[in-house]
Ligand binder design. Structure first.
Ligand code: SF4
Length: 282
């Protein structure tokens, strides 16, 4: 399913995963959250979470779910935290440099979007089915990588939404190329299975979902046990509390670790090689 293209001399897949050791706790400060099933209290953007220590470590890291912070357990910055901390601001900590705080907290969520795009492009470019558009994917990856290296002021002035639309078009083309050779599933009983479908709590145990387009689908608490999701597009699908026990996700398209972390599953769920079984599934 995957080929071994050289993607970038400078970009390593490790750069697209959070390395909290090299970050100044940016997600725990810059981002807002509201009291809900995912967060135990309200916090506004730009304010340090009260669980964040002066060493930028989370004081409840081992017990996030038990303490009502499931939203943190499933968050993924795609490596934007260390990029902003160590590259954009060259190791300047916001705690010691109050003048850069606000700007840094504005840059971080934009960098998160750009690193998310890089992560999807990194996957797209390795799909052998995407060979016909390899050149444009490579160009898009190079351009996106270059954007992440702009100065803070340049990043804030860039039309990231426009760039995202362009990248999304390429990801759609990749999805169509991958799914094209497999029969697409559209309807099961009264359920319509497709892009953005409302499949909350849907009973899909054992269904062959290969080739289905589940982009942005709501699969909250869906029963996806023993489903076959090889070549299923899952970009942006909401998998919170979906049961993936025994499902086969090898070769699925644009599935992220954060989506898995929000779902339920078991050790016999089959995953793409770049993703791992979440701790709470064991
Ligand atoms: S609970 Fe921990 S991980 Fe979540 S925002 Fe607060 S310090 Fe960060």
């Amino acid at each position: 399913m995957l080929s071994n293209q050289i993607i970038s001399k400078n970009l390593d897949i490790k750069d697209l995963h959070a390395d909290c050791e090299k970050c100044f706790g940016l997600c725990c400060v810059a981002l807002p959250y509201a009291k809900s099933a995912d967060f135990a209290f309200n916090k506004s953007g730009g304010t340090p979470c009260r669980n964040l220590g002066p060493d930028n470590r989370c004081g409840i890291h081992q017990d996030l779910r038990e303490k009502g912070f499931r939203g943190c357990a499933v968050y993924e910055c795609f490596g934007a935290g260390q990029k902003v901390s160590q590259y954009t601001y060259n190791g300047l900590d916001w705690r010691e440099n109050p003048k850069i705080q606000n700007e840094m907290f504005e840059v971080f969520p934009i960098m998160q979007q750009m690193h998310e795009m890089l992560s999807y492009l990194y996957e797209a470019i390795q799909r052998k089915e995407a060979k016909p558009i390899f050149g444009v994917l490579q160009t898009a990856l190079d351009e996106t990588e270059a954007l992440t290296k702009l100065t803070a002021a340049e990043i804030l002035n860039h039309d990231v939404a426009g760039h995202r639309r362009h990248i999304n078009e390429l990801l759609l083309q990749t999805s169509e190329l991958v799914r094209g050779s497999v029969k697409s599933v559209r309807v099961k009983g009264k359920l319509k299975i497709g892009r953005g479908s409302d499949l909350i709590g849907a009973k899909l145990n054992g269904v062959d979902l290969r080739g289905a387009n589940l982009r942005g689908a709501l699969l909250i608490a869906a029963d996806l046990r023993n489903t076959d999701m090889r070549t299923t597009d899952l970009i942006g699908a909401d998998l919170r509390d979906a049961n993936l026990s025994g499902a086969n996700l090898v070769g699925s398209i644009f599935l992220t670790q954060a989506q898995l972390n929000s779902a339920m599953g078991s050790v016999d769920t089959k995953l793409p090689p770049t993703l791992t079984i979440p701790k709470h599934w064991k």
